[in-house]
Design a binder for this molecule. Sequence first.
Ligand code: NAI
Length: 415
Amino acid sequence: MPPSIIKDPKLAPEGQRKIRWVEQHAAVLNAVWEKYLNDGTLRGVNVGVCVPLEAKTAYLSILLHRAGANVALAGTGPGYVQDDVAAGVAQEGVTVFAVADAGAEEFQKNLERVVDTEPALLVDDRVELTRILHTSRKHLQSKVWGATEQTTSGVTKARNLEREGVLAFPVIAGNDALCKHLFDNRYGTGQSVFTALMVNTNLYLGGKTVVLAGYGWCGKGLAQRAAGLNARVVVCEVDSVRALEAVADGFAVMPMEQAAEVGDFFIPSTGSNAVLRREHFERMKDGAVLANAGGVDVEIDVPALEELAVEKREVRRHITEYRLPNGHRLHLLCQGLLVNLAGGDGHPVEIMDLSFAVQALAIYHLARNRGKLSPRVYPLPGDIDQEIARVKLATLGIAIDSLMPAQQEFLRRWQ
Ligand code: NAI
């Protein structure tokens, strides 16, 4: 492996302290490592990892390394790297190519550096590594046994590759595993987005109107959390069933054009682009706060905001104020990047413990089934999902019932 590229090795002790905290709370991942990952399957295997680089993702990489894999790691982009954690994880034997304030071009090079280590397995995020393997590094495709994809947006893109008949290796839709999106997208996003919003703005949510775009797994978690913080919740959707679900859950539903006029906080989580755009900015109240929770950094049309504004200034760390021609000030958090990652520590540890158990076992599954899977997008096998939930329940000391033979027989019958 080539040498790591990090900001400063002297930052390692602080990064390692953060990682040790995760280690203490990652009960599921630790159990999965003990029971599966450490059985020699991953020994000597090159694994490429692309993740928002903070302590939890660092710990996943460390466990893969401890299982004997040669791990090369890059962050998901400028704004998604913590330099102390990058130094800490490098110190523990993982090859890291990540510097927090590197520009977009250097970030891309770092991803290519990961791909150039010729990984057999990929833990991918927003198909960053997979995309490189389907463009500038096609010659390395044959080295890849398979990838697991962490994000909703990435799974969509992997399916696009499959639909166009160009997907070169099997991809497990890690995001679609129940132990991932039911907890990470829903409760993880719900907690971490509002934590970041409150820490960065120091504003009160109660009685304010929070406008959410998208009522998918993230949107549902955000709505529940906003309601729990005594905010009024407005949901904007393009899918009739999801919109109806939001109505049934007790939330106001309306088009963004209308919501733009009433919102105090705007939080899109759709995976789509320009969800908040010029015609919405022009209608917003003075002081409205805009924070992106979606997996793509273009949910808020920041270039349009830049063009529209007559004045722009940093009013607080992570908050850019745009003054519009009508005199209204709009406050954009973290330049439209994912607010919970760029302006916070991401999801809670116990939530990512589940997500990374999914990723780790997906990698393990791909390694065990090397050569048997065709280049398609696969769901995580249901028994792996069940196993992760079983392990989690056991770590919580919670027992559940099981079906009696007579019940199993009853359920098998059609008569
Ligand atoms: P999902 O597919 O369950 O939900 C997305 C919803 O957005 C759908 O109901 C869809 O109809 C709606 N939608 C699409 N375009 C829209 C538009 N222009 N206006 C209004 N609604 C629209 O996806 P999920 O799991 O909720 O993820 C959403 C996004 O959040 C993805 O990009 C995902 O990668 C990202 N994500 C972010 C996390 C974070 O930490 N902030 C964590 C997990 C996922």
